[in-house]
Unconditional design. Structure first.
Length: 58
């Protein structure tokens, strides 16, 4: 029974390490999204991307 309660493989051995990894991934994602936002804003000011293709679905 104790073998089922404690994951030997594939389980998070250090939750703190996993939290740190998630924080780093979120920071990286935030930086990528900020860069994408800047690119989209600069493209929007030049008018090179039509509103229909800018991500609106409907």
């Amino acid at each position: 029974m104790s073998e089922e309660a404690v994951p030997q493989q594939g389980g998070p051995a250090q939750p703190k390490g996993l939290l740190q990894q998630m924080e780093e991934l979120m920071a990286s994602l935030n930086a990528d999204l900020s860069a994408l936002d800047a690119d989209l804003q600069s493209a929007g000011t030049t008018g090179s991307v039509p509103a229909e293709e800018a991500g609106t679905t409907g």
